[in-house]
Ligand binder design. Structure first.
Ligand SMILES: NC(=O)C1=CN([C@@H]2O[C@H](COP(=O)(O)OP(=O)(O)OC[C@H]3O[C@@H](n4cnc5c(N)ncnc54)[C@H](O)[C@@H]3O)[C@@H](O)[C@H]2O)[C@@H](O)CC1
Ligand SMILES: [K+]
Length: 517
């Protein structure tokens, strides 16, 4: 699913209006009816107090139209116009008149006015700013936003939480609505997935307002949200007459005294994801543990007992995953550097492999084209330097990817895989996966997919998805705290099976057209 920017949404809006021969106000009405249906289905006429706060643009217009439908269905509402500018939009004014026609008189809020009392059990509809926000709200609007946030009431935001920009960082965190739920028109927004802005949208949902699907499908976007629809075409099915040689040979290089488990986890994950053969390359101290723990995995040992000093082997792996538990000893660094001089196979580099690259940036030029790097935020900082905010981070990551021709997997709550100018946002996984070894499993998963012939970018994006999905499936048995890396590996098979499950039938929504009747 694509993430559109504000200009693309406005243009899609215009295109739809022309093609469907409707007025912009009819489109607004659709949006408002969708929100009304959402609320009505859940509230069933309950007399909970609903406070609507509407700006003077089209986001506010949505709120005014919603107010009319709520009133017509007997809800207990108050309507507040947040009068932050004289430039009222045409459709806002139409809906203001329609409210007045029905004898509903909004309160006009201005600088220095008193704000109404809001109870903890009330509901707030936030329609102050939408995608049109282009500067930080004035101090009195900031005060109002604080008042709403402090009320403890449930906040439903229209399109996005007021105060969040579509394409840049928040300047004053006091001037942002903390939404309990966001109803986003047509498509989710990238800001829901970035840590600094995502915290303002506790939950979000998309409402289809019927923007022209063909037009939307033809739009180029920098970022997209990854789900089954994007991945099913990428999936490589198993052929009936295939053998293990068809599914590649993954070599996992890493480990040091006390950190052999990292290689065990990555190797086991590479096996579980379907690699035909897996070999682990470890210092001698890793031989017995891996041979004992993983009968399916072959082991090659370094000349040194405790850490890697010389990465040479006489096998021809299809792909190499390097760095987990490896340490950053001087000898290891030198071995890594000479290994990179001759390596030709696709590479996945994680953990200490990344730290070694950060220490000696020249090594980046030696990487195989489209090497996959899987940094967590600290490793990323060492690689690309400090960033000002999430948007700056993505910009820097893109530039880095282009400069070195690498795929960057930016690990986090919503991992984003960046290649050149594009970002692929993951939507699987859970906080239980913030646990030792879960990154090692991801390295094994991506390496194992590459071994089977997936293109590097597909392997990274698909690997991140399956890893997260396996974590979600494992969570059902373990809960957050007891979710361990090994449990993620055990659930990889179910994550694959889940890929082919049909979506559940939607619950029939008889009310869906009621407001229009
Ligand atoms: N295609 C769509 O997605 C549709 C969008 N609609 C709604 O329209 C919204 C966008 O409406 P608008 O473009 O009118 O913008 P907004 O309603 O977000 O903002 C209103 C206007 O306020 C001004 N402004 C921006 N920042 C300000 C600040 N800090 N202080 C004072 N004034 C400021 C701007 O001129 C802006 O146009 C969407 O978020 C959505 O809610 C719906 O009506 C239906 C169709
Ligand atoms: K809003």
């Amino acid at each position: 699913m694509k993430f559109f920017n504000a200009e693309q949404i406005y243009a899609a809006d215009k295109f739809t209006i022309k093609k469907q021969q409707i007025s912009s106000n009819e489109l607004m009405e659709r949006a408002a009816v969708q929100i009304f249906n959402w609320l009505h289905l859940r509230m069933q006429g309950a007399q909970v107090k609903i406070h609507l706060f509407c700006g003077i643009g089209n986001n506010g217009g949505d709120g005014m139209a919603l107010a009319r439908h709520l009133k017509e269905h007997g809800y207990n509402i108050t309507v507040n116009v947040v009068n932050y500018s004289e430039k009222r939009s045409k459709d806002f004014l139409i809906n203001l008149d329609r409210l007045k026609d029905r004898k509903i008189w909004p309160n006009f809020l201005e600088r220095d006015c008193e704000f109404e009392e809001i109870g903890r059990d009330d509901i707030i509809v936030d329609a102050i700013f939408g995608i049109g926000l282009n500067r930080t709200p004035d101090s009195w609007v900031t005060k109002l936003i604080q008042h709403l946030n402090d009320s403890g009431a449930f906040i439903l935001s229209v399109d996005l939480p007021s105060g969040v920009f579509m394409d840049k960082a928040i300047e004053n965190t006091q001037a942002v609505i903390k939404a309990n739920h966001v109803l986003s028109f047509q498509a989710p927004k990238l800001i829901f997935f970035l840590p600094e802005t995502g915290i303002y949208s506790n939950q979000w949902e998309v409402l289809d307002i019927g923007l022209d699907p063909e037009h939307l499908a033809g739009l180029e976007t920098e970022f997209e949200l990854i789900g089954k629809n994007e991945l099913l075409p990428v999936y490589i099915p198993r052929e009936k007459f295939s053998h293990k040689g068809n599914y590649g040979h993954a070599l996992i290089i890493g480990g040091s005294y006390g950190k052999i488990g990292a290689v065990s986890l990555a190797s086991k994950a590479a096996m579980a994801i379907g690699s035909g053969l897996v070999t682990a390359y470890v210092p001698k101290c890793g031989y017995v543990p891996i041979q004992t723990a993983l009968p399916e995995v072959m082991v090659i040992t370094d000349k040194d007992e405790n850490h890697i000093q010389d990465i040479t082997f006489d096998i021809a792996p299809t792909v190499i995953g390097l760095g987990v538990g490896m340490g950053v000893a001087q000898e290891t660094s030198e071995a890594f550097s000479s290994f990179l001089d001759s390596v030709k196979s696709p590479l996945v580099i994680d953990a200490d492999g990344l730290n070694l690259l950060s220490k000696k940036k020249d090594l980046l030029k030696k990487l195989t084209p489209k090497t996959i790097l899987t940094p967590h935020p600290k490793e990323l900082k060492r690689l690309i330097g400090e960033w000002k905010d999430d948007f700056d981070k993505l910009k820097k990551a893109k530039a880095f990817s282009k400069k070195y021709d690498v795929i960057l997997v930016l690990k986090g709550a919503h991992t984003i895989t960046v290649y050149e100018n594009h970002g692929y946002v993951n939507n699987t996984g859970n906080p239980g996966m913030a646990t030792a070894g879960s990154g090692d499993v991801l390295t094994g998963v991506i390496t194992g997919l590459l071994a089977q012939g997936y293109e590097p970018l597909d392997a990274a994006v698909f690997g991140v998805y399956l890893h997260g999905r396996a974590g979600d499936i494992a969570l059902e048995q373990t809960g957050y705290q007891a979710l361990t890396a090994s449990k993620i590996i055990e659930a990889i098979g179910l994550a694959f099976i889940d890929l082919f499950k049909m979506p559940e039938e939607p619950v029939p929504q008889e009310e869906s057209n009621e407001a229009q009747s």
